[in-house]
Design a protein around this ligand. Sequence first.
Ligand SMILES: [Zn+2]
Length: 360
Amino acid sequence: MSCRHQLKNSQIGEDEIATIFKESLSSGELNVVLRAVYKYQLKNGFILFDPTDKASRQEKEFYDPDTNITFKAQWNPNRELRKDNNLLIERGIIAKDTDQSKLINFDENGHACHLCHKNIETQGLKEILVEIKMAEETFFAGANFASFTNNHFTIMSENHEPQKYNHKVPIAMMDFLNQAGDDFRIIFNGLAGATIKEHLHFQTGTENLPIEDIKIEKENILYEKADLRTSTPNYYLPLWIVESKEKEKVADIIDDLLGQWHKINENNTENILITKNEEWFRVFVYLRDKRRLSGPGKKGDVATFESSGFFILSYSPKDKMSNDIDELKTFNDLNLKTFKKILLSVSPDQKWSKANSKKC
Ligand SMILES: [Zn+2]
């Protein structure tokens, strides 16, 4: 196969879809390869439901004139299918009987790491891994089996290393965008929103995120030259935006910002979104506190998608009399205030970011 982005673990059949799929790979373009893999994983059932199928979910949008953002929420009960073990076995997402001695990197609960490519291969799962070079290291992209956005992938490092920010993180993210093209966005959840903290990973997809339209006014700009702009727009979380064509310059600024942020308190963490448009990277860094992960009416953590104005709601307790959070009620009662309230409730102390922005 003449493909720059080699596939691992590919149990691809010989039917018509498989032929089309294999042909699309020969272009070698990462953009084309990822879209083809995603389509194939939808057809062969690895992805539990089609995120573009409007009949299976509801969406609501609310425009916020203060920030110029159109906040979006999705009610997607199909997401809960990811907790149904029998279904996951049936769809080839997890294995029924695996010789545990053949697996590696167990967590404190005795579960083998889901993101180690060796474990995925050993278990003979349906997941197809696309090999990508990022930050001079090997990563693997695998379709997200409970996707809520089109072409949704998890990208995991070849090595089992912790989900922790360092210089490699923004470099790897920008290297990905240089190969995958402007349609893709890439995100990194620090210790706010990452479900697997033992293994470095990112997420990507092709849907625009509401934050991309945020209003940046003159007084929000900290630095502006022909090749670089940094700003702290008014938002409900402390947010820094760095824009430049220069990958290393961008990474150095993020390193500096997060280095200071992490030094203040061991609970300080971050969410990062990077987009690319006509050679310009746009990096959105949200300052977060790992003790403040979820807001009123929200069951799961606020991660980068939510920080960026796109809320996923999927959980409604079977017992309606229970005190458990009901995200369907949150969705039904939704208005602009709901988004603001949730973001403000997970926002760390904003004094630091405001004071520090004046120094820059
Ligand atoms: Zn691992």
